[in-house]
Ligand binder design. Structure first.
Ligand code: ATP
Length: 240
């Protein structure tokens, strides 16, 4: 099932006399439970694409469908609610607060919108268990390793039961072992919870964990690589 559909998404910025095209009429679908890696040179439009999918930016034209709603047509208020309920973010720095505990960090987004944490407690406990950090809930973030911090960031993101997780260079600060672990966890969680994950990376090895690699150049998708059934070696490259 396609959870995200981009139809003719076009973005441009006018800083000089002539508008600069950033995304050129992008049409692309993203399925539930699949992991997508977006690659391409600096300035090719990867972050802009992510921000449009997450409802942070509105494109100049085109449609952005997320779980049955066209984000382009939503009011700011509705868009804010949708971002909160359906979109999760994982950043390179994980955006955790170092002098709060693991538990306080994970519940922070819920407390910020003054929601009751009670309905989330069961899910919280099972996420900590499946991510192997159940013994760390009262530990401060600054006392954790990078690998443990990334698990906290995943738990915080998953607690809100998003439909999509957007991650911009999420492994940028990790060594290769922790980077691999992060990708294994993220892909397992995407399958288990049927969440679409879209991540931007410059690292081909990290991208090889994805179900599909989307190459971008000058605001266009140039190639789609879809992983075959036999794993990473079996990448099928299809020109669009
Ligand atoms: N708010 C803005 N105003 C004007 N131009 C912008 C704005 N945001 C991005 N751009 C331009 O859009 C282009 C694409 O930027 P974007 O950040 O999407 O690229 P990217 O592929 O993510 O690059 P990188 O790999 O360096 O992060 C760049 O040329 C950038 O200068």
């Amino acid at each position: 099932m396609n959870i995200i559909q981009l139809k003719g998404v076009h973005q441009e910025y006018q800083s000089g006399p002539i508008p600069e095209v950033i995304l050129e009429s992008i049409t692309k679908s993203f399925a539930a439970g699949k992991v997508y890696a977006v690659m391409g040179p600096s300035g090719s439009g990867k972050t802009t694409l992510l921000n449009i999918i997450g409802g942070i930016l509105r494109p100049v034209s085109g449609e952005v469908w997320l779980d049955g709603e066209n984000l382009v047509k939503l009011s700011e208020k509705k868009l804010g609610q949708l971002r909160l309920n359906k979109v999760g973010y994982i950043f390179q720095s994980f955006n955790l607060l170092p002098f709060l505990t693991v538990e306080e960090n994970i519940f922070l987004p819920i407390r910020l919108v003054k929601k009751d944490v009670k309905p989330y407690l069961e899910r919280y406990a099972s996420l900590l268990k499946s991510l192997g950090i159940e013994g760390k809930k009262d530990v401060y973030i600054h006392e954790l390793s990078g690998g443990q911090q990334q698990r906290v960031a995943i738990a915080r993101c998953l607690l809100m039961q998003p439909k999509v997780i957007l991650a911009d260079e999420p492994t940028g600060n990790l060594d290769s072992t922790n980077g691999d672990q992060f990708m294994n966890l993220l892909t397992a969680m995407a399958r288990e919870h049927q969440i679409t994950v879209i991540l931007v990376t410059h690292d081909e090895h990290i991208a090889s964990f994805a179900d599909e690699i989307i190459d971008m150049k000058d605001g266009c998708i140039t190639t789609n690589s879809i992983r075959g059934d036999k794993g990473n070696e079996n990448i099928r490259r299809a020109n669009l």
